[in-house]
Design a protein around this ligand. Structure first.
Ligand code: GAR
Length: 200
């Protein structure tokens, strides 16, 4: 399964997918990496692994549809069948959703539906929850609201700060994301009648 990975920042989840593919535990191929930020380290990681990568500045377009149409040009040029959001910090619009219905997933550093949006880990700490974690979900037009595929749970420790909790969650992100992508590539996870089907 050829995938496009969209990332806005440091790209550690992208790296986890690259590494899992390299050792044969993720049956996908990253055909292209796209970023809304020209200086995203994710682009450098892609280059280091020989993966075509491009940045597209949303500000250069008159609206979201035009911006996403540019992304779609690349996604189609590289024959991608699926889109993976790995730290892509923008709401996906109608253009991408309509082009890839049920074929876009995201990872979020909280146990959704709790703590959507920015700084999920800090929101969890501020609330005082005793467990936190990450969620992989299909993307719909809401903010972190799509159907949940998988979640991993970690404890919140007494002396945690945002960094220590984020690091504990990130370790789980790096494991669960390639796992889910592998199962999607093998046809073992899919959406049917708006329900997530997982074949064990
Ligand atoms: C990850 O923790 C990811 O879950 C989060 O951004 C980070 C990206 O890190 N995504 C969101 O908050 C999306 N709402 P990375 O660039 O090192 O993969």
């Amino acid at each position: 399964m050829k995938i496009a990975v969209l990332a806005s920042g440091r790209g550690s989840n992208l790296q986890a997918i690259i590494d899992a593919i390299a050792v044969g535990s993720c049956a996908a191929e990253i055909a292209v990496v796209l970023s809304d930020k020209a200086d995203a380290y994710a682009l450098e990681r892609a280059s280091k692994s020989g993966i075509p990568n491009f940045s597209v500045n949303p500000k250069g377009f008159e609206n979201k549809a035009a911006y996403e149409n540019k992304l779609l040009e690349y996604i189609r040029q590289y024959n991608c069948e699926f889109i993976v959001l790995a730290g892509y910090m923008r709401l996906v619009g109608e253009t991408l959703l309509a082009a890839f219905p049920g074929r876009i997933i995201n990872i979020h550093p909280a146990l959704l539906p709790a703590f959507p949006g920015l700084h999920g880990q800090k929101q969890a700490l501020d609330y005082g929850v005793k467990v936190a974690g990450c969620t992989v979900h299909f993307v719909d037009c809401g903010m972190d609201t799509g159907k949940i595929i998988a979640q991993r749970v970690v404890p919140v420790l007494q002396d945690d700060d945002e960094d220590s909790l984020s690091a504990r969650i990130l370790e789980q992100e790096h494991s669960v994301f390639p796992y889910v992508i592998d199962k999607i590539a093998k046809g073992e996870i899919y959406l049917e009648n708006n329900k997530v089907i997982i074949k064990e």
